[in-house]
Design a protein around this ligand. Sequence first.
Ligand code: PLP
Length: 393
Amino acid sequence: MSLRDEARELDAMDPLAGKRAEFDLDPDVSYLDGNSLGAPPRAVAERLTEVVGKQWAGRLIRSWDEGWWAAPERIGDRVAPLVGAAPGQVVVGDSTTVNLFKALVAAVRLNPGRPEILLDDGTFPTDGYIADSAARLTGHVVRRVPVHEMADVASSRTAVALVNHVDYVTGVLHDLPGVTAALRSAGALTVWDLCHSVGAVPVHLDACEVDFAVGCTYKFLNGGPGSPAFLYVARKWLDSFDQPLTGWAGHADPFAMTAGYAGGSGIRRARAGTPDILSMLALDAALDVWLDVTVDQVRAKGLALGDFFLRCLDAGAPGVRVVTPRDHRRGNQISVAWPEAAAARTVMSALTDRGVIGDFRPPDVLRFGLAGLYVRYADVFRAAEELRALSET
Ligand SMILES: *Cc1c(COP(=O)(O)O)cnc(C)c1O
């Protein structure tokens, strides 16, 4: 059977095929960039119309007491099962960047007398920028190490390690349970960045005894551009979580308007300022697509899409070098290096013009995200075909 026919058959047999209809997607576009910006669930537009028309216009200021003020914790509890967290430990709000700062500073405050912050040396840049600033502010030093060496490097000098669960360029899936356990036995805390795993790869924060985690919701959770991030604080740290952005929304009694700060109980103290309600309620609607599907199902589809894409690339685009692990120690993308590095960016724009949307990361990497909720086998077949056509020109 040809790979084209196989793609057709795999799509026909796909148990998640029906989910695609819940998204507003052009059938002629092969969208393989859900790892940067998830596609819009249809329910979002309708919900936003209601929020603006009924809640904002209709109820005006009363809406704050009718659900808006409590939305960060309520929606945090909807994200929680997707990352293996029991209720009360996840709050939604701010960006990943801001939440990284809260988590890192709180972590070093909880683990005094240890001068080092370990940082994943392949980290997404914002994590490194924030780690450097948090270290400067708190008198720590940042030590950049490959994730597979963290277990050996962690010592009584390590306050906390900041690690990306999935490498955003290569798609390598790091060993969250193993690294967390090794750090814990060195007395160090962990902050995991789940941006590229939440909604794509099963995560078990409670079971793995992770201390803190952050992640964004506009990638595989489809919350929309700039939708609020989440912050997980393990239950055992909730009472002592001393985060640096002591805004009024995290205060024990915000509307008492008192002069001094006193952190609220539970995950509420991880909040800072007024929540971005429109984005947050768009995310709330987007999370409805998870009501009848599990992360395990989406993971199985993502791996199967990746395996099929690799076969198509091997058969048709021999010039490109696959940089993502072929075994399943990968997240939810396939990255390939283009043979002539200088042309890689142009190749991605040519692909986009041909209706196959992925993205480019310097110096020579083309990334293809495999969001199992809406990507079809036909989409990855087409991506490989177009890559072959471009490599022949
Ligand atoms: C996408 C991404 C971010 C983005 O952070 P923002 O504050 O939302 O801009 C951070 N870290 C990682 C690993 C990412 O993949």
